[in-house]
Design a protein around this ligand. Structure first.
Ligand code: NAG
Ligand code: NAG
Ligand code: NAG
Length: 119
């Protein structure tokens, strides 16, 4: 009985450990300065749910670097509620200079919705 309980416990902790190191869809890394310079936040969004850019960094700081993980694709909008036409698309490794080098300046980004890239 006790041995069974112990092995069940070990199985549970093993799966928790691997869940912690595995990349989940919906995870995005944001920084306030170019090239992933602080302030930064690593957020895991609910898939398909519109997120307001003003909530990503403390104090609603401007976002300069956006890095979805390898399982995530995010669509950006100029409206605060993901309405209107999509203005940006972000995939791994992301964009680290506000979209300047890629000609997709995302200073005006106000909202973002992310999906599982494999779907
Ligand atoms: C991203 O995922 C693809 C498969 O979905 C894999 O082939 C590739 O090596 C991954 N790249 C990184 C940097 O993890
Ligand atoms: C989204 O915001 C726009 C203004 O930016 C507003 O006209 C529209 O009604 C909003 N839509 C929803 C579903 O809240
Ligand atoms: C990016 O767009 C903002 C306005 O949305 C503008 O103020 C800024 O000058 C633009 N940056 C570049 C490098 O074009």
């Amino acid at each position: 009985m006790q041995a069974k309980f112990l092995s069940a416990l070990i199985l549970v902790s093993a799966s928790l450990v691997s869940a912690g190191t595995q990349e989940v869809p919906g995870e995005v890394y944001f920084c306030g300065k170019n090239n992933w310079v602080a302030p930064c936040k690593d957020l895991i969004f609910e898939l398909g749910r519109c997120q307001k850019a003003a909530t990503f960094l403390d104090g609603g700081a401007q976002i300069a670097s956006i890095g979805p993980n390898n399982h995530t694709v995010c669509i950006g909008y100029k409206s605060a509620n993901c309405s209107g036409s999509a203005s940006w698309g972000f995939t791994f490794p992301g964009d680290a200079d506000g979209g300047v080098a890629s000609g997709t300046n995302f200073t005006a980004l106000q909202s973002l919705v992310c999906y599982d890239k494999s779907l």
